[in-house]
Design a protein around this ligand. Structure first.
Ligand code: HEC
Ligand code: HEC
Length: 370
């Protein structure tokens, strides 16, 4: 490998660009891995990694207007003419070449779109986050499809990006990956000229701080708004005293109205127990359960679990969906003293009584794992 006569080590990527690049690699890898595993307990890692990726990109956008020469969009975002010239083998670009620039923009757009759709899903399905007051379960389920398509789109782009890096490294006889680590490249005669820019870190810090404050403000103001479709939170007194003797008083949103009516009509033989109460109590409780049944809630449990429980004996824990959700939990955990039975939802779900069953409120009792 012989280098052209007049080369000079030139700093191309400033510290911010390099830290940004490798942090984005890490956060996207983490978000992808945890996203495909689809487990409730690692959802928080998935969301944190995804939001970190989005925050990094927002900061990078700011840096695209305030960073050093080759960090700036003006240095690498060109029209179609430059792309054609580059494809024809035109002069070398020290910073991103015009095709690489398209990749940068596409990746940034898709990762931001992933974060946005992820927040919409979190709002509608888990009733959490800035979109919780705005999005229904049904809408969020649709957006989940889009979120998944975007995820495959990002994977495809990453693949293309790697091919592009290998190809360009070969063609221009330099190690582009290494230059994203060291920040340096050899400038050569004939390279495209760039208008030099010094970094404006103060401007960047102020802009990033403003964006952060804005995001925090929107999230906080949304958090203060009521979330429609939440299950009834306060349990009726008669219901609670009559139906919490042998197990927790279930939130009415975990079964459809017909199931509750069936259960209330058969209390004499209630899962092998006699749970008879006075006729007046049956009437009060049945009426209350009916008006607060799954049909009135917009949660995951109401849509995915309750809606499918239509036949005797109306046991949540017998449903296929419930079994699939809990298939990885060993029997010994359910029969442990701390849990006792599958139907004791509250032993592991801190928000079971409120009917929320949020993936963030799951905690296996420690003694059950011994
Ligand atoms: C005398 C004890 C007793 C009383 C009182 C009682 N239950 Fe139950 N209930 C049980 C038993 C036992 C089961 C089966 C638990 C299991 O499957 O682990 C059960 C199961 C259930 C289930 C299904 C849970 C599952 O596993 O999916 C529902 C719903 C339910 N009861 C509702 C009620 C309602 C409503 C009342 C009040 C009218 C009530 N229970 C009062 C003993 C009782
Ligand atoms: C022994 C502990 C335990 C008990 C008892 C239990 N669960 Fe769970 N549940 C879990 C765990 C752990 C997960 C997370 C599974 C995973 O990683 O995806 C879970 C997940 C769920 C989810 C999905 C949450 C989400 O959005 O991802 C629902 C809904 C749910 N459980 C409902 C119930 C109901 C209803 C009951 C009672 C009838 C119940 N669970 C009893 C441990 C338990």
């Amino acid at each position: 490998m012989s280098l052209p006569a007049t080369t000079a080590r030139t700093r191309v990527w400033d510290g911010f660009v390099r830290v940004f690049h490798w942090s984005l690699v890490l956060s996207v890898m983490l978000a992808t891995a945890t996203g495909f595993l689809l487990e409730s307990r690692i959802l928080l890692i998935h969301i944190s990694a995804g939001l970190a990726a989005a925050a990094l990109i927002l900061a990078r956008i700011v840096w695209g207007f305030s960073g050093t020469t080759h960090a700036r969009f003006a240095d690498f975002v060109h029209g179609p003419k430059a792309i054609v010239e580059h494809l024809k083998g035109g002069n070398r670009h020290l910073g991103h070449n015009p095709l690489g620039a398209l990749m940068v923009l596409a990746l940034m757009t898709l990762v931001l779109a992933l974060a946005a759709t992820g927040l919409v899903v979190l709002g509608g399905v888990d009733k959490t986050g800035p979109f919780a007051p705005l999005v229904s379960y049904a809408q969020a389920s649709g957006v989940l499809g889009l979120h998944e398509v975007l995820a495959f789109g990002v994977l495809a782009l990453i693949g293309l990006h790697l091919v592009g890096v290998v190809f360009e490294s070969h063609r221009s006889n330099e190690n582009l990956t290494l230059s994203m680590v060291t920040g340096h490249k050899d400038s050569r005669p004939g390279d495209h000229a760039s208008r030099p820019h010094a970094a404006r870190p103060l401007l960047a810090v102020v802009a990033i701080g403003t964006l952060g404050a804005l995001a925090w403000g929107v999230t906080a103001s949304q958090a203060a708004r009521p979330v429609p479709g939440l299950p009834v939170a306060a349990l009726d007194g008669t219901y609670k005293s009559a139906c919490s003797e042998c197990h927790i008083a279930y939130n009415p949103s975990i079964l459809p109205a017909t199931a509750w009516q069936g259960i209330m009509a058969g209390l004499k033989d209630h899962f092998g127990e006699n749970a008879t109460i006075s006729a007046a109590e049956v009437e009060t409780i049945t009426a209350w359960l009916t008006v607060n049944a799954a049909e009135t809630a917009d949660t995951k449990v109401a849509h995915r679990l309750a809606a499918r429980i239509t036949e005797e004996p109306f046991a949540i824990t017998d449903s296929r969906y419930w079994k699939r959700l809990h298939q990885e939990i060993p029997d010994a955990v359910f029969t442990s003293r701390a849990v006792g039975a599958r139907s004791n939802c509250a032993a592991c779900h801190g928000d079971a009584e409120q009917g929320r069953f949020s993936p963030f409120a799951i905690d296996l009792p420690e003694e059950s794992l011994k």
